[in-house]
Write a protein of this length. Sequence first.
Length: 140
Amino acid sequence: MAADNRDLHVTSHRFFEKRGDALLARCEFALGIHGRADRRDPNTLYLGGRDVELVELLRSYLLTAGFGATTYGHPFPARERTNICNRGTSGGGAQIELPLTLRLRLLNEIAVMNCFVGAIRGALCERLIGESADPADNLT
């Protein structure tokens, strides 16, 4: 039953897998993308993680692309050192929590998906190379 799925959930700060940990050991930072229940807020992306610069870039690019995004006041701050997004060599990363309604829009509306992907790519490019990136350049 769907109600039993909660019993199978492993929080991201308690998830350890040998191959994943080996990969993270070679990465400066990681970006975790998770699904969440709408929680009376079907449109806002919850952002967290210990890489404050990346989290803020993600917020900025997502807002510019027309998505709701917040970094505080939600139950998924992803600040634990053991969170999978924070286990890269820098000790920081970012986590995005997507509400179910938005995930369904991403699946069914290619333009919305392209905007989302462009925003994420733009933020990652700017974090990696330190230059502002036009999200429209990141759709290919």
